[in-house]
Design a protein around this ligand. Sequence first.
Ligand SMILES: Cc1cc2nc3c(=O)[nH]c(=O)nc-3n(C[C@H](O)[C@H](O)[C@H](O)COP(=O)(O)OP(=O)(O)OC[C@H]3O[C@@H](n4cnc5c(N)ncnc54)[C@H](O)[C@@H]3O)c2cc1C
Ligand SMILES: *[C@@H]1O[C@H](CO)[C@@H](O)[C@H](O)[C@H]1NC(C)=O
Ligand SMILES: *[C@@H]1O[C@H](CO)[C@@H](O)[C@H](O)[C@H]1NC(C)=O
Ligand SMILES: *[C@@H]1O[C@H](CO)[C@@H](O)[C@H](O)[C@H]1NC(C)=O
Length: 478
Amino acid sequence: MTVALVSMLRAIALSSVVSLAMAKSACAETITKNVVIIGGGASGAHAAVRLREDFDKSVIVIEKKSHLGGHVATYTDTSGKTYEYGVQSYLEVGEAVDFFARFNITVGVPARIPLTSVYADFSTGQNISDYVAPLAADRSAALRRFLAAAEPYESMLLPGYWDFPAPEDIPEDLLLPFGEFAQKYDLLAAMPQMFQVPGPGVPDWVDAPTLHVMQVFGAPMARALTGAAPTFTPTGEDNSELYRRITALLGEDVLFSSTVTKAERNGDGVKLTVTGADGKKTKIVGDRLLISFEPTPDAMAPFDLDEAESAVFEKFTHSKVFAGIVKHPSLPANISIVNTVPTAAPDNYLSFPEAPILARFDYMGAPSDLFRVLIVGDDTLDVDGAQKLVRDSLSALLEAGTIADGDIDDLVFAAFVDHGPMHLRAGLEDIKGGFIQEQYALQGHRSTWYTGAAWSVQFTTLLWAYNDVLLPKLLESL
Ligand SMILES: Cc1cc2nc3c(=O)[nH]c(=O)nc-3n(C[C@H](O)[C@H](O)[C@H](O)COP(=O)(O)OP(=O)(O)OC[C@H]3O[C@@H](n4cnc5c(N)ncnc54)[C@H](O)[C@@H]3O)c2cc1C
Ligand SMILES: *[C@@H]1O[C@H](CO)[C@@H](O)[C@H](O)[C@H]1NC(C)=O
Ligand SMILES: *[C@@H]1O[C@H](CO)[C@@H](O)[C@H](O)[C@H]1NC(C)=O
Ligand SMILES: *[C@@H]1O[C@H](CO)[C@@H](O)[C@H](O)[C@H]1NC(C)=O
C-alpha cells in the first residue's frame, strides 16, 4: 500500500470518529462525575481543588457567575492599582497559607491605610461631634474579655456545628441577647468595632442571640483583632488571583454562568439538568452533590426538596449585602465616615443604626481617592435601593455641611456588587428546638452534602478548615 493510500484511509477512519462524536454531542451532553459542586466561591472552589487534586475524585463545579471567588471583588483603576471592595484579608487558621502556597501565591501582613474616623448620622447628615469612641486600649481589653467568654464555646462552633449541644444543653450565654452578654462580660468598649465587622448583617444586633454574633464574628476574629493571631493577604495585592489560578487548574471542570434547573436525588446519587446563559442544557450524573451557596428556600427550589429539607431551609432568615466603590470630590482623604446614631453620643456603645444601613464611607487611598461602601438590608433591598441609600446618605452629609460643599450629581459608582443573601440564621425558638441538629442531619441525606457560610463561622479560611473535616466524611459515604 502506498503511503498516500494509508494516510487517506486514516483520514477516512478519523473523520468517521469525529462525526460519531459530533452526533453524540448533538443530543444533550451527559457529564458523569464523583462529586458535583454547586457554587464556586470560597468554599466550593476550595472543595473542588481538594477533592480533585488531593483525593483523586472527579468533580464538576456549576457556578452561576462568570468567575470563581464568590464575595471576592477586586477593582483595578486606570493606573493598574487594585482595590478590594469585597473580601479584604484572611484569618490565619488551619492550612490556609498552604492553600495559597500551592497556587504559588505568597502572603504577608495586610497593608492598611491609617484612617481617622468621623462620626455622622447618615439619615440627617449631622456630625455627631460629641460622640467619643472607646480608647484603643479599652477596646482591646474588652475584645480580650470577649475572647475569654467565647473560647469555652469555640469547639461547639468550629470547625463546624457537629458538636453543638443538644437543645437542653445549649449554654445560656449563647441564647442571651447579645447586649446582655456584652454587659455581663463588660464588653461595651468592643461593641462599635465588633458591629463594624459583621454587625450590620445581624439586624437588632443588641437583641439578637449571642449565638448569631459568634456565628459571624467568633473567637478567631477576636484573636486577630487583639493581635493574638495573625491575618494575611496575598502579597500581590489582588485577592482575585487565587481564583483565577483555581480556574486555570480546574479547566473544563467548571461550568460558568450555569445553574441547576432540575434535580433528582436519592441515596445512590444525583441527576441534574444544568442550564447555561445561552440556554444550553447539560445533564450531569454524580455520586454525590456538594452545595456551597447560601441555601435560601428560593435558591434551593430547583432541588426538589423533601419535607425534612424544606423544614430546615424555611426556618432561615437572612440579610442582603452590597459593596461598592464610590468617588465624590467632597469625600475627604484619609477619613472613614462612620454611620452613627445621635443616641450613641457621647458613649452609649449599645446604640446602633438600624437596617437597611450604609455602614461607612472608607477612604481607599491615593491616587484615585476612592471610597469603599458596604450596605446591608433585609431581603427586600436590591441594587437600586442600596445605591439610593449611598446617594441619600452622601446628599445628607453634603446638605448638613458635615463634608465640604459639593454637587450630589458628581457621585460616581466606580464598582458595585450584589453579594446576595448572607448571614443565614434561625430564630431563638428554633435554635432552642434543636434547629442546628436538624440542619446538620441533612449532611449526606439524599447524597447531598453542604458547605459554605450557612454551616460554620462565616469567614473564608474558617470555611476551608470546615471543608477539611467535611470532605473526608463525604468521601467515606462514597
Ligand atoms: C463585603 C464582604 C467582605 C468580606 N470580607 C471578608 C474578609 O475580609 N475575610 C474573610 O475571611 N471573609 C470575608 N467575607 C466573608 C466571606 O466572603 C464569606 O464567609 C465566604 O465567602 C463564604 O463562602 P461561601 O463559599 O459560603 O460563599 P461564596 O463565597 O459567596 O460562594 C458562593 C458561590 O456560589 C455561587 N452561587 C450562588 N447561588 C448559586 C446557584 N444557585 N447556582 C450556582 N452557583 C451559585 C455564587 O456566585 C458564588 O460564587 C466578606 C464577605 C463580604 C460580603
Ligand atoms: C508553581 O510553581 C512551580 C515551580 O515554578 C510550578 O512547577 C507549578 O506548576 C506552579 N503551580 C501553579 C499552580 O502555578
Ligand atoms: C465633625 O466633628 C469632628 C469631631 O468629631 C470634627 O473634628 C470635625 O471638624 C467636624 N466637622 C464638621 C464639618 O463640623
Ligand atoms: C493622607 O495621608 C497621607 C499619608 O499619611 C498624606 O501623605 C496625605 O497628605 C494625606 N492627605 C490629606 C488630604 O490629608
